[in-house]
Design a binder for this molecule. Structure first.
Ligand code: UD1
Length: 379
C-alpha cells in the first residue's frame, strides 16, 4: 500500500484489565507505521490498582498512556458519566479521525458515545458478541456501542449475524479474528512457567500435574450472597480432588470477606492469591487440567491453548468457544458443575480446535482495513 499524505489520527481507548490484552497488538502494529498512523492512547483509569493495570502495561509492552483520565471506581452511572466528562476535552484537543474502543466495559461505551456525538467515527474491536442476557452490564455496553460504531471488527462468524439482526449495515462489519489471541500467541514464549508460580504458593509446590485455575467476578455470581455461597462451597469440595489457584478480583475479595466465606475456602484446597499478571496467568492456564471461570477472556484463551474450560454462567457471548473450542457452559448449579468437572477429570474434557482466524494476525488485518476505509480522507 502506498503511503498516504498524512497519517490517520486515532485515539485508542483502554479502561479495564481485559482491554489491555486487546489494545497491545494494535498499538504495536500502529506504532510500526508512524507515516500511516498517528495514535494516542487514552487510559480512562477504570482499573487503577497496580495488579489490575501496571503489571499489564509492563508485561504487554503497552506504551504509557498519552492521557490518563483517572476516573477510578463508582456506580455504573457515575463511572460512565465521569469518563464521558473527562474524555470530551481530549477529543477536542486531539481532533482525531476516529476513536477506537475495544471490548464491552464501561469505558468502551462512554468513549464511543462522546466521539459519535461530536461527529467523530467510532471503531469497535470485538463487535457483535451477544449473550442475549440484558442483566449483564457488558451486554448493554456491547449493544449500544455497536449501534453507534462506523467500523465493526468481529472475532467470530456468529457476530455478523447478531449485528445484521440489529440492523447494522453489513459493509461496516469486518471479520478479522481475535486481537486477544494475537497477544496470547505473541507472549506464549514469555509466559512464566506454571512451576514457578505454583512454587510461590504455600502447599502448591507439588501440584504441577493436578491443578486447576478459578476466577470469579461477574456481579451475577459474586454480588448475590446465595449464589456466591453455593459456588464457593461447590468449588471448595471439588478442590479436594484438583487443587485450585484462585486469583481474586478486588470486588470478589470484598464479597467473600463480607459473606464470611473464608473458612469454607480454607476447608478446601483453594489458594486465594492476588490478581496475577498476564504472563503468570498464561503460564498457569496452559498447564492446568481445567479452568473454572465466569470471565469472557478466559473462555477464549483456554480454547486457544486447548485446555478445558467450565464456564460458571448461564450463557456466553462467545459461542465459538463452545461450538469448536474447549468450553462448556454449566451455570451455577452444584450438580451441573460437579458433573462437568468429573467428566474433565475422567477423560480430559473437550478437545476442541482453534477457531478460524485466531492466528495472531488480527491487529494487522484491522490496520489494513482502516487504511483502505479511510484512504480518501488521508490521501
Ligand atoms: C470490569 C468490567 C468487566 C470486566 C472486568 C474485568 C464493566 C461494566 N465491567 O468489571 O466487564 O470483565 O472489569 O476485570 O466495565 N477495583 C479495585 N481496583 C481496581 C479496579 C476495581 O479495587 O483497579 C474494585 C473497586 O472496588 C470497584 C470494583 O473493583 O468498585 C469493580 O470495578 P469496576 O471497574 O467497576 O468493574 P469490574 O467488576 O472490575
Amino acid at each position: 500500500m502506498t503511503n498516504p499524505s498524512r497519517p490517520l489520527r486515532v485515539i485508542c481507548v483502554v479502561g479495564a484489565r481485559p482491554n489491555f490484552m486487546k489494545i497491545a497488538p494494535l498499538m504495536r502494529v500502529f506504532r510500526q507505521s508512524p507515516e500511516r498512523f498517528d495514535v494516542r492512547l487514552v487510559h480512562t483509569g477504570q482499573h487503577y490498582d497496580a495488579a489490575m493495570k501496571d503489571a499489564f502495561f509492563r508485561q504487554l509492552d503497552i506504551p504509557e498512556p498519552d492521557v490518563d483520565l483517572g476516573v477510578g471506581s463508582g456506580s455504573h452511572a457515575v463511572q460512565t458519566a465521569e469518563i464521558m466528562r473527562r474524555f470530551e476535552p481530549v477529543v477536542d484537543d486531539v481532533a482525531p479521525d476516529a476513536v477506537l474502543v475495544v471490548g464491552d466495559v464501561n469505558s468502551t461505551i462512554a468513549c464511543a458515545l462522546v466521539a459519535k456525538k461530536k461527529g467523530v467515527d467510532v471503531i469497535h474491536v470485538e463487535a457483535g458478541l451477544r449473550s442475549y442476557d440484558r442483566q449483564m452490564p457488558e451486554e448493554i455496553n456491547r449493544v449500544l456501542t455497536d449501534q453507534i460504531s462506523d467500523l465493526l471488527f468481529t472475532t467470530e462468524a456468529d457476530a455478523a449475524e447478531n449485528l445484521q439482526r440489529e440492523g447494522i449495515a453489513a459493509d461496516s462489519v469486518h471479520f478479522v479474528g481475535n486481537v486477544m489471541i494475537d497477544t496470547l500467541m505473541y507472549q506464549q514464549q514469555r509466559a512464566v512457567p506454571a512451576e514457578q508460580t505454583l512454587g510461590s504458593i504455600a502447599g502448591f509446590g507439588d501440584v504441577i500435574d493436578n491443578f486447576g485455575v478459578l476466577t470469579l467476578h461477574r456481579p451475577s455470581n459474586v454480588d448475590d450472597p446465595k449464589v456466591l455461597k453455593r459456588l464457593i462451597e461447590t468449588l471448595a469440595d471439588l478442590s479436594q480432588q484438583v487443587p485450585l489457584v484462585f486469583p481474586v478480583h478486588p470486588r470478589t475479595r470484598g464479597r467473600i470477606n463480607d459473606s464470611g466465606l473464608l473458612p469454607v475456602i480454607e476447608r478446601g484446597r483453594i489458594a486465594l492469591v492476588e490478581p496475577l499478571g498476564y504472563l503468570e496467568l498464561l503460564g498457569l492456564i496452559s498447564r492446568a487440567r481445567v479452568v473454572l471461570t465466569d470471565s469472557g477472556g478466559l473462555q477464549e484463551e483456554t480454547t486457544a491453548v486447548g485446555v478445558p474450560c467450565i464456564t460458571l454462567r448461564e450463557n456466553t457471548e462467545r459461542p465459538i468457544t463452545v461450538e469448536c473450542g474447549t468450553n462448556t457452559v454449566v451455570g451455577t448449579d452444584a450438580a451441573a458443575i460437579r458433573e462437568c468437572f468429573d467428566a474433565v477429570v475422567e477423560n480430559g474434557g473437550k478437545r476442541g480446535r482453534v477457531p478460524e482466524l485466531w492466528d495472531g494476525h488480527a491487529a494487522e488485518r484491522i490496520a489494513d482495513t482502516l487504511l483502505a476505509h479511510y484512504r480518501e480522507r488521508i490521501a
